[in-house]
Design a protein around this ligand. Sequence first.
Ligand code: HEC
Length: 163
Amino acid sequence: MAHLGRVVVDCCSMATRRPLLLMSLLLVGGCFQQDKPGTSQILPPDYETSYVPVRSCRPAYGHGSNSIVVFASPDAESDYLLGIGPLPQNSVIVAKESDKADCSTLVGYTLMFKDVPGYDPTAADWHWQRLDDQRYVLEDGRLQSCSSCHAQCSRNDYTCSPP
Ligand code: HEC
């Protein structure tokens, strides 16, 4: 019996401790991995509370027939509102894109992220992204399709949305 008891204990330590370890690793991993692969690493999921609204709903001339609401990361807010550049490194300015004039729908996002100095000297080191409504990245990087038009606003560090 003692021997059997020992076998049971050994069996339990193999059969339950390891799966428990595995399960806790999966749980911990699950907590950190909130986003699906391909989701923007720039725009945080809680941007609506952690960022600051800086422009209310308006038609975004240049973004097709979409209307936008603009949010800024906290470090970018004051310079963006004052129209002073260059914005600090790691600044994020994001436009929520809507196909309704009153911005009642969400069809995706466009954003600009102030990357490391030298990232793109031809466009003030802005890193551009276009996302779908789930924050999945559709276009990313030194996007000339974005910067060539935003260059008309270079005196505002490539930000174009007027107060
Ligand atoms: C044809 C010109 C044009 C193109 C192309 C364009 N934009 Fe814009 N964008 C604008 C204009 C103009 C505004 C300001 C609209 C307004 O508020 O009246 C704007 C606003 C924005 C804003 C809000 C912040 C600000 O003040 O500029 C972001 C973010 C943005 N665009 C990102 C992008 C990204 C990313 C792309 C490329 C995928 C892109 N844009 C392509 C013209 C353009």
